[in-house]
Design a protein around this ligand. Sequence first.
Ligand code: F6R
Length: 260
Amino acid sequence: MNMIICKDANAVGKTTAQEIAQLITGQGKCVLGLATGSTPIPCYNELVRMHKDEGLDFSHVTTFNLDEYLGLKPTHEQSYRYFMNQHLFDGINIELCNTFVPDGVGGDPRQCAGVYEDQIRALGPIHLQILGIGNNGHIGFNEPGSSLASRTRVVTLTEQTIRDNSRFFSSMEEVPKFALTMGIGTILEAERVILLATGAGKADAVAAAIEGPLTASCPASALQLHRNPIFIIDEQAASKLERKEYYIHAQDAMASLISS
Ligand code: F6R
């Protein structure tokens, strides 16, 4: 697996933004899969900066977000649509009609999930999917126990995820208990996948995803099946990897091979 171990969360953000910038400048139509949460914020800040200072062009880019809470309107400050507008879309020249987030208030949620999956199929493939990782190893809102072949669907959030996400709400009771999420099977169909992780709190989940067994108990371990996954993580998130020294050596060796 390709691993880039960076000094800190800001370096993770900058490195990821460079990967995205390289992709979107190098091709015509481009489809990105995006995540919310604290981890990708430095990357989105850097993309906004690159747009403003360097003219990075998003006019040909389509995006699909991983997930959305059920029952939160796009205008709700904790909805993932609101998050994306605030942290990325309002700061770049993307057409809002080309930005897709699952519809958490659109009527029958199972139907909304099916519509989203169809939209990905119609406008995809996703060229590059950005992922974060939950403390429990979830990707998107695919909680432990999710089928590794799952598609976009309605899911029940675990107590741990509700607890983790309650920091953004005024009380635990306000955190939605359900969400719509791309499935693990949907995610695995992206041409490239980059998983971001920062901070010591993610070290166990990262080690389980990369070096543990392939298991539904750690949804991120499904990336072991992907043909082109990259892990861009900081030193703290990498601290429990048994083969960390090898990954750093491989990263340096590959860089010198490419530059020679
Ligand atoms: C959000 C998402 C989640 C987060 C994960 C980590 O769209 O898909 O899987 O990536 O919960 O969240 P943070 O980055 O806040 O630690």
